[in-house]
Design a binder for this molecule. Structure first.
Ligand code: ATP
Ligand code: MG
Length: 637
């Protein structure tokens, strides 16, 4: 096993997050960079993504050639949110919300300046963080056979010199892949090369995947060695890209250097860019010499509240994960609410709601039975008073929103418990979850306590299907249009509701559904109507459906008594029989809905999702199905 390096940093500066940020911006300002403010956490004028998730994202137009008003050297600290990291939260280094330190060269400096600057920022005692260079390990691009792209030997030479100047002989080790790293380990190396999967950047992925005209280039990453023992669960040997937690990636310099040509060769760009992104919290953790990013100062107040309210210590084996999730989620929630997001059923609001509800579940696990979230969030305003004063300014709103949502969800929990009691020995965990939002893990725990065996594999299977189909989270947004079949089917399901209502508007209230069939390719509806539709009627139906898509109306699920739904005039789903309590889906809030149907779902969270990628609703065919029944086939294209 690799020997464990002893931590001996006594030269550290700026253990507070605010100091690490300030030193960074001053360091790069001194080197000719214009310091620009963080872009908002919700991107402006970009309906395709829910959140800003890196420093690069708001600067893409400038990296693609548009001149930036502040010049060719930029630096910032960017608020970032990665919904796709939500399941990682609980380990020692991932949070959903974090700040990404960035510096950019827009056709200005290149590797020779970027790598030494970042190295100096990390190691300089005067101007930087004073990190011990012994703890730093770097990776570079190994080259790529598939595309013939050469290895980044320039960066290797630069790193060798930088470490050499500190009296460290930096051995270069070619690993190529993570698998080889797991097999071969460190081999006394300091600079490691990996292939295109790890150390190549382009918007399209590895070089071979890039279309002609696309730009890309190698990147070089810096890892901090926290000296933890290697956990063999993650591979036989440890190496910088190992996930065991000993090495943590603290920064990544991307060198946008090449453009792919029609003949698949690569040409050096006349104007080369640098994009650097570094994890502020992770750098602060490195300064503290503690691999746990949840121990940095901005979490101190919140951690203390949780310890007091739960009677547990952060660090207790069974509590750490719950602590981390709540700390992360409540910081993110504070930034969200102070940025104008409110808990809701779609888009950013849904993500916020999910963060809050997950936190309540974790608080519950910690044994905290009364509302606690507002109190946990209270300290973030002060922690960010210097850089993001809007958080503190919104303190009152943050408290109110969190209290409201927590009280409501805790009621749901109580309600779910009551239903669960009624079920006796036959507990339907899936129904409790889908109908009451009652967490399955909780049902499982309670059944266990009472000696009732749940068929968890059956529940899991249903949950998987449900998860795949439902609008949980924002994952589909990040997939950037790579909608899978399930998602497309869900869109058609919602389009089906819009279509039925539009038919009633155009042809009259006697139109009802008589059959339906939905695939990921198209939707089909059979409905009661005695005549062939005119072209005008078809165009009008299309127009109405497309109008509702453009209006971006939330699609809301409400559970209620059957009679109540009937009173509301909810449209029956064809061929279904209903229990006493039903769920109805309405396009728009119940009291002003465009359409209301008895329906089990799933549906998109917002009608705008049907129009993603510039799609429109179109009737392909209208024909007779049987006596008095017409059939329409329609698509979104
Ligand atoms: P990782 O492999 O650790 O998830 P990444 O490859 O996703 O990191 P980048 O996309 O290169 O990271 O982002 C630049 C920097 O931002 C990283 O070097 C890291 O320091 C920081 N960073 C990325 N994701 C997170 C996160 N979820 N929480 C905290 N910091 C992060
Ligand atoms: Mg990541």
């Amino acid at each position: 096993m690799t020997p464990i390096r002893k931590l001996d940093d006594s030269r550290s500066n700026g253990a507070r997050v605010a100091d690490v940020r300030k030193r960074y911006l001053e360091f790069f300002e001194k080197r000719g960079h214009a310091v620009i403010p963080s872009a908002p956490i919700v991107p402006e004028n970009d309906p395709t993504t829910l959140f800003t998730s890196s420093g690069m994202q708001p600067l893409v137009p400038y990296l693609l050639g548009e001149p930036h008003p502040e010049g060719t050297r930029l630096a910032d600290s960017q608020m970032s949110f990665r919904a796709e990291d939500i399941e990682e939260v609980g380990d020692n280094r991932h949070t959903t919300f974090f700040e990404m330190l960035g510096n950019w060269s827009l056709g200005d400096y290149f590797k020779q300046e970027q790598l030494p600057w970042f190295f100096d920022y990390m190691t300089s005692t005067e101007e930087g963080l004073g990190l011990n260079p012994e703890h730093l390990y770097v990776t570079v691009f190994a080259g790529d056979e598939e595309s013939g792209m050469a290895a980044d030997s320039e960066s290797v030479e630069i790193w060798k010199k930088l470490f050499g100047d500190k009296g460290i002989e930096a051995k270069f080790v070619e690993l190529g892949t993570e698998e080889r790293g797991n097999e071969l380990g460190m081999q006394g190396g300091r600079i490691f090369s990996y292939g295109a999967k790890k150390n190549w950047w382009s918007r399209a992925g590895v070089p071979a995947k890039m279309p002609a005209g696309e730009i890309g280039g190698p990147d070089s990453e810096v890892f901090y060695d926290f000296g933890l023992p290697h956990d063999p669960k993650f591979g036989k040997e440890c190496h910088p890209n190992c996930d065991c937690g000993r090495f943590i990636e603290i920064g990544n310099s991307v060198f946008m250097q090449y453009q792919k040509q029609e003949d698949s060769s690569f040409k050096e760009l006349p104007k080369r860019n640098v994009d650097f992104g570094g994890g502020l919290e992770r750098l602060a953790a490195a300064v503290r010499g503690d691999a746990d990013i949840f121990m940095i100062d901005v979490f101190d107040a919140a951690r203390a509240v949780l310890e007091e309210r739960s009677g547990k210590q952060y660090g207790d084996a069974d509590a750490t994960r719950s602590f981390r999730i709540i700390l992360d989620h409540m910081r993110a929630a504070s930034f969200f609410i102070s940025s104008g997001i409110r808990p809701g059923n779609s888009e950013q609001g849904y993500v916020l709601r999910r963060l809050i509800r997950r936190s309540i579940r974790e608080a519950d696990k910690l044994g905290i039975k009364d509302a606690v979230l507002a109190e946990v969030a209270e300290g973030f305003g002060a922690a960010y008073a210097d850089a993001y004063p809007f958080v503190q300014a919104a303190a009152e709103t943050i408290r109110e929103e969190l209290e409201k949502e927590e009280v409501q969800f805790r009621k749901t929990l109580v309600h779910g418990m009551k239903e669960l009691e009624k079920m006796g020995g036959a507990i339907d965990a899936f129904m409790l979850f889908t109908t009451y939002g009652f967490p399955v893990e909780l049902t499982e725990e309670i059944a266990k306590e009472r000696g009732i065996a749940l068929d968890m594999s059956a529940v899991q299977e249903k949950m998987e299907t449900h998860k795949n189909l439902s609008r949980e989270g924002a994952a589909q947004k990040f997939a950037g249009g790579l909608a899978d079949h399930a998602e497309q089917t869900v869109r058609y399901h919602t389009a089906h509701h819009l279509l039925l209502k539009a038919l009633q508007v155009v042809l009259g209230p006697d139109v009802h559904q008589r059959g339906s069939n939905i695939t990921s390719e198209r939707l089909r509806i059979d409905f009661s109507y005695g005549q062939k539709m005119t072209d005008e009627q078809k165009r009008e139906v299309e127009r109405i459906v497309n109008e509702k898509i453009a209006e971006a109306i939330p699609v809301v699920r409400t559970d209620m008594k059957k009679e109540e739904a009937e009173k509301l005039g909810a449209e029956h789903e064809f061929g279904a029989t209903y229990p006493e309590t039903v769920s109805v889906y309405s396009v728009g809030p119940l009291d002003s809905a465009f359409s209301i149907e008895f329906c089990g779902g799933p549906h998109v969270a917002n009608t705008s999702e049907l129009g993603e990628g510039g799609k429109h609703f179109k009737i392909l065919k209208e024909e007779a199905s049987s006596a008095g029944i017409r059939r329409i086939k329609a698509v979104l294209e």
